[in-house]
Design a protein around this ligand. Structure first.
Ligand SMILES: NC(=O)c1ccc[n+]([C@@H]2O[C@H](COP(=O)([O-])OP(=O)(O)OC[C@H]3O[C@@H](n4cnc5c(N)ncnc54)[C@H](O)[C@@H]3O)[C@@H](O)[C@H]2O)c1
Ligand SMILES: O=C(O)[C@H](O)COP(=O)(O)O
Length: 468
């Protein structure tokens, strides 16, 4: 980062601090600015001595072309932002993640336990997307690293893409377009259909599946869905009780499930066999949920009349010609040679609207966690929050204590804090870990050091941060 950039960061941090508490705000970003604490103490729980530092010390690594809205919000906080358009090779990631406090990724970057263990200063991960399967969430929690995502900001974009694909597949538009691009006029109506009155089968009726259901009904499709939980149907959609029932009755089958051990190859040879002859398959969820060699076979015998795929078991790390090849997935050349196959490069959530709101949503959540310890919305952490710290309140410290969820810890911690006035306290647990947040007053510099040292000696501690 250049000296000029550093100056800009310092200036924007100063500006952020100059916003008066309680000022009327016009945007979530502005309102959040009012809550920035004066200083962050102990950001790195591994440091031996207490060393106060400003938000300007905080380093954020942003990968996979995370939206500009996020960069702006982070820079306005005064954080140091290191931005990359693509994901990084594992060795480079392991090196870069070593000293950052936060990392922002999308669906490509794999944050395994091995990688997370390298990240000694990391306190928070932001998935600037819906899926969180690329992060070892349990390992992150054990290491005291909170993970956030954007649960629905790109749902509409995915649903709209699927609607387009339903019509394009039914009318073989992809093939006609490819033919005309190469000079071939092929005006046909055989096996081209209207979608009105056909049945759409949705596997996974969550945010995207339900949104799609409403859009599809407005075009005259009947909707049935299969989900592992009972979900209220929208419009006149009907939940079916087995996957086979959905497959037997659908003209279009679309997948909107997360990547889990149970959803791996949820559509494979037996499921294609159970489909109506000439059905269409759409997958804009995760590449592992469809057995692609089995799909290729089903298409070759006409069982499946067309397929639209947006996601793949292996996806290229960055844009570029030649990136999608047999080297990546061994069936690629066979798949691309089939008629009526629409292939898109994982763009379901890639619209200006979705990326911009994801950028704001996730960067705001990360900033609130970094500056206040607020874990509301985290996907792997107990959700804990207290009112924002008051900037004008001297001698108040916010204690953030992430610890193993075992009996007796609160007694020990409250003993340590008991010489001070505990203004507010909130604690919650989630599986193996628990998170305590307390605002204590009447604390001087020496007290801070003592509190930190005593908390640091507790055997159950995972990570400690003191904010003031
Ligand atoms: N292509 C893209 O760009 C893109 C964009 C956004 C999301 N996605 C993917 O789409 C997935 C779904 O997104 P969402 O926001 O609708 O998620 P969601 O969590 O709101 O809904 C998922 C639904 O799947 C159901 N489900 C889970 N396991 C199942 C199983 N074995 N069988 C049937 N149903 C099962 C859940 O009960 C839930 O109702 C995400 O996990 C993500 O992987 C892809
Ligand atoms: O999980 C998601 O939201 C989608 O798969 C989109 O991922 P992306 O941000 O990497 O395109």
């Amino acid at each position: 980062m250049s000296a000029l950039d550093m100056n800009n960061l310092q200036n924007s941090f100063q500006q952020a601090l100059n916003v008066s508490p309680g000022a009327v705000s016009t945007s979530p970003t502005q309102s959040f600015m009012n809550t920035i604490p004066k200083r962050l103490e102990n950001f790195n729980s591994n440091q031996k001595a207490l060393k106060p530092f400003s938000t300007g010390d905080i380093k954020i690594l942003l990968l996979e072309n995370v939206n500009q809205t996020a960069i702006d919000i982070f820079k306005n906080q005064g954080y140091q932002v290191d931005f990359y358009k693509s994901s990084l090779p594992e060795a480079e990631l392991a090196e870069k993640i070593k000293d950052v406090h936060a990392i922002g990724i999308r669906s490509k970057t794999q944050l395994t336990e091995k990688i997370l263990q390298q990240a000694k200063n990391l306190v928070v991960v932001g998935c600037f997307c819906i899926g969180t399967n690329q992060v070892d969430l349990a390992a992150a929690a054990r290491l005291g690293i909170a993970v956030f995502n954007s649960p629905f900001s790109n749902s509409r974009s995915v649903a709209e893409l699927v609607i387009a694909e339903i019509i394009i597949l039914a009318r073989q538009v992809g093939d006609r377009s490819i033919e005309l691009h190469t000079g071939t006029w092929n005006k046909v109506s055989a096996k081209c259909w209207e979608v009105r009155g056909k049945t759409l089968g949705i596997i996974g009726y969550g945010h995207i599946g339900a949104q799609l259901s409403v859009l599809a009904e407005s075009m005259g499709l009947h909707v049935i869905y299969y989900d592992i939980v009972t979900i209220m149907s929208l419009g006149t959609a009907k939940q079916v009780s087995t996957l086979d029932e959905l497959l037997n009755n659908s003209d279009f089958v679309t997948l909107h499930v997360p990547e889990t051990p149970e959803t791996k190859n949820i559509l494979s040879a037996p499921q294609f066999a159970a489909m109506k002859h000439g059905a269409y398959v759409i997958n804009a969820s995760r590449g592992t949920v469809v057995d692609i060699p089995a799909l290729i076979q089903a298409m070759k015998v006409g069982k499946v009349a067309g397929a639209a795929l947006d996601v793949y078991p292996q996806e290229p790390a960055k844009n570029g010609s030649g990136a999608f090849s047999n080297e990546l997935n061994k069936w690629t050349s066979e798949l691309v040679s089939l008629p009526n196959v629409l292939l898109t490069p994982h763009i379901g959530g890639s619209t200006e609207e979705a990326q911009s709101s994801i950028g704001i949503e996730v960067s705001t959540a990360l900033s609130k966690y970094i500056n206040e310890g607020n874990s509301t919305g985290s996907v792997n952490f107990p959700e804990v929050s207290l009112r924002a710290l008051k900037l004008d309140q001297e001698n108040t410290v916010r204690v953030l204590y992430i610890h193993k969820n075992v009996p007796g810890v609160l007694k020990t911690v409250n003993n340590i804090l008991s010489d001070h006035n505990i203004e507010k306290q909130f604690s919650d647990s989630n599986g193996e870990i628990a998170y305590l947040m307390a605002d204590i007053s009447s604390v001087n510099q020496d007290d801070i050091k003592l509190i930190y040292d005593q908390l640091n000696e507790t055997t159950e501690k995972i990570r400690i941060r003191l904010l003031y």
